[in-house]
Design a protein around this ligand. Structure first.
Ligand SMILES: [Zn+2]
Length: 341
């Protein structure tokens, strides 16, 4: 395939990957940092997988009749992702995919039920030390289940989406798992005399009961009635916010965090998130998500994102490989159209 030959070329002759749709270079560099941390944390196999994540990318190239300069269309055609929970590369692809699907669900629900609105709810619980993170996430999931099964809930809300996010308090090293939810209120919810509206105090009381704790947990609720912008619909903005990935890799990938601390964070997140489902739909949003085949936001094709152009009319395949010297993807090979199948 000629990869080795290409790697011996001097850097100025190399053609570097350009793709405005995704920050490949930045994410790939972070996979090596993660691989190093997995190694330190004692997960050697994960380290190998993270280091190999998306080390090559195949782009389908096709003519673009709409481009006056004759610049061809390039679409990602093939790649091998590691699919590890903490991978900055995979999580950025997943977050992008999830935001597209979730905003489609929210838009479609409003198209089917004109006048449907959304409100944002954030539910938290007390911070926990690393070894208790997994149990704390299970408690949150259970708490959510009890909350939406309280008998008043379905009277006020006809649909919901929820995602679990975990952040870390850098000062004391504890973890803060919380739920971001998008709720679709029943019609008439905002008219007080209907008795459907849930005030902040009542949210706290309901969440405290659902979570089965002896303190008042913190609850934040806001109407998403903010004006939509030119670029984004209200549903899109809400979807991007809710579909951010469960953990922020900046918490452990950043270079200024000592290796030993970063490796411990990787260990805590790896154990805490193991076998946890972090997102779910309910009510009419679940119904619409099913219709759009968008129910599972956590797994799916990371190569072809839902808003990509088709890649089955390619005339050529360009193969890019990560080049250590250049610290970027460089063109390693160009294959004929038969390779596009
Ligand atoms: Zn990956």
């Amino acid at each position: 395939m000629g990869f080795d030959a290409d790697c011996t070329k001097s850097p100025e002759k190399l053609q570097v990957l350009r793709d405005k749709k995704f920050p490949w270079r930045e994410k790939k560099r972070k996979t090596y940092r993660l691989a190093h941390l997995y190694d330190l944390a004692g997960y050697e196999r994960y380290a190998d997988r993270a280091a190999a994540c998306a080390s090559w990318l195949q782009y389908a190239v096709s003519e673009n009749p709409d481009d006056v300069l004759g610049e061809p269309l390039r679409t990602l055609h093939s790649a091998a992702f590691c699919d590890l929970r903490l991978c900055p590369m995979c999580n950025a692809r997943k977050a992008k995919r999830a935001a597209i699907l979730l905003s489609r669900v929210l838009d479609e629900a409003q198209r089917r039920y004109p006048g449907l609105q959304y409100i944002f709810l954030t539910l938290t619980a007390r911070n926990v030390p690393g070894p208790e993170l997994g149990d704390a996430i299970s408690e949150l999931t259970k708490g959510w289940y009890y909350l939406v099964h309280q008998k008043q809930f379905p009277r006020s809300f006809v649909g919901w989406f929820r995602a679990i996010e975990v952040t870390r308090n850098a000062e004391d090293g504890t973890y803060h798992p919380h739920i971001h939810a998008i709720l679709a209120p029943a019609f008439g919810y905002f008219t007080y005399k209907n008795g459907l509206y849930v005030h902040h105090d009542e949210w706290v009381a309901r969440w405290r009961q659902a979570l089965r704790v002896d303190y008042d947990p913190s609850v934040d609720v806001r109407a998403t009635r903010a004006k939509e912008t030119k670029r984004k619909s209200r549903a899109q903005a809400a979807a991007e916010e809710a579909a951010k990935y469960a953990t922020k890799d900046s918490e452990f990938i950043r270079g200024d965090i000592p290796d030993a601390v970063a490796a411990q964070i990787v260990r805590d997140y790896t154990q805490g998130l193991r076998r946890k489902r972090l997102t779910a739909f309910g009510g009419l949003l679940k119904f619409v998500a099913k219709l759009l085949d968008a129910e599972n936001l956590e797994e799916g094709d990371l190569v072809h994102l839902p808003d990509d152009i088709r890649d089955d009319v390619a005339t050529l395949i360009e193969v890019y490989r990560w080049h250590f010297g250049v610290a970027d993807y460089v063109l390693a090979d160009v294959l004929g159209p038969s390779a596009a199948d």
